[in-house]
Design a protein around this ligand. Structure first.
Ligand code: KIV
Ligand code: ZN
Length: 382
């Protein structure tokens, strides 16, 4: 698991993390058991160089990574930033797709190969671990991507990362890239293959999992899926998919899953990016049930409507939210919870009042129910 919350995640519009905040998140990522932490892009600003350096010095049980364009100045900035890291790694990238070659780089294929090779060989003098990313790999001709990967292995890269930079891929296409690289590139067994997806079409997690099924060793992503535009693969989603459907993926992470909820809350607090209520795994409603049929099922046996227990990710319990779809079973359980023991007739009357209220109010709180019962007691002649 390669976390880039502090680099690609910080590229979310409006997010700016200072050194102290980056270190706080990195330490929590270490607790979560993330293997590799991309701390920033040292050449981007003196402040980011300083933050990467602070993270590098603080982290003892994960690889710390700095991003770099395929340029000597960037590599030198990353060298400076990663001084003091227990296990440093340089992440080099250069775009390879026809669109990027033509409009952004104004380079032919040969120049791309030469520039990347020169950068990897230069960096190899200083770093044992080098990840190379052919930016916009998803839209790169597959035979050229094989050539680029072969060059990166020969030049000394230890990881080749395949970014779907603009979130354009579908799972079948993205999986096929990994399958082809594994089949066609000489020396591929000597390196790790990594997947880096963006969520522009809402397929970042599906694409990352397709990569796993086709031979990816590493998944890159962010906590809560934050990142450029629609964001990156949400690592908590990948981790829980691998855990919950190990029958399908036959792959596991070594994450300490119980730290997921805490990590999500911290990232949300420090980035200022709220987690949508319906967000998979970490949204406020991910373990909340409102309809009577679901609540009745949950009260009888939780696995009827929950495929993950909230305790697995470090939450206390599921929530049964009372609203107009709720039924008598959940209402009665709530009354018992609040300390009321009503007979059948009183319960029916209170339930009718509750339904009335629920038609007017989206969520009925504990306070609303207490008020409703007090009112009922006053109304009921002795
Ligand atoms: O999305 C992307 O292409 C990136 C690269 C720098 C890996 O973030
Ligand atoms: Zn990215």
């Amino acid at each position: 698991m390669f976390d880039t919350t502090l680099r690609d995640g910080e590229q979310s519009p409006g997010v700016n993390l200072n050194t102290k905040e980056k270190v706080e998140i990195a330490l929590q990522l270490e607790k979560l058991g993330i293997d590799r932490i991309e701390a920033g892009f040292p050449a981007a600003s003196p402040g980011d160089l300083q933050s990467v350096n602070a993270v590098a010095k603080a982290i003892k049980n994960a690889t710390v990574i700095g991003l770099s364009r395929s340029r000597v100045q960037d590599i030198d900035a990353a060298r400076e930033a990663l001084k003091g890291a227990e296990d440093p790694c340089l992440h080099l990238f250069l775009a390879t797709s026809p669109i990027h070659r033509k409009y952004k780089l104004r380079m032919e294929k040969e120049q791309v190969l030469e520039t990347a090779e020169r950068a990897i060989r230069y960096a190899k003098q200083y770093f044992d671990k080098i990840e190379f990313s052919p930016e916009d790999a998803g839209r790169t001709e597959l035979d050229f991507l094989c050539q680029v990967t072969e060059m990166a292995i020969r030049a000394g890269a230890t990881v080749v990362n395949i970014p779907d930079t603009v979130g354009y891929m579908t799972p079948l296409e993205f999986g096929n890239i990994f399958k082809t690289l594994r089949e066609k590139v000489p020396g591929i067994e000597r390196i790790q293959l990594s997947a880096h997806c963006h969520d522009d079409l809402g397929m970042a997690t599906a694409n990352a999992l397709a990569a796993v099924l086709n031979g990816a060793d590493q998944i890159e992503g962010t906590i809560n899926g934050i990142g450029e535009r629609a964001g990156n693969t949400a690592l908590e989603e990948v981790a829980m998919a691998l855990e919950t459907r190990s029958d399908v993926f036959q792959a596991k992470t070594t994450l300490n899953l119980k730290e997921i909820a805490r990590t999500s809350r911290l990232v949300s607090k420090l980035t200022g990016m709220a987690v949508p209520g319906n967000k998979a795994i970490v949204g406020a409603n991910a373990f909340a049930h409102e309809s009577g049929i679901h609540q009745d099922g949950m009260l009888k046996e939780k696995t009827t409507y929950e495929i993950i227990s909230p305790e697995t990710i470090g939450l206390k319990e599921s929530k049964l939210v009372l609203g107009k779809h709720s039924g008598r079973h959940a209402f009665r359980e709530k009354l018992i919870d609040l300390g009321y023991d009503l007979g059948e007739e009183a319960l029916n009357a209170a339930f009718a009042k509750f339904k009335d209220l629920a038609d007017r109010k989206k969520d009925v709180s504990d306070e609303d129910i207490r008020a409703l019962l007090e009112e009922k007691i006053v109304d009921t002649p002795e």
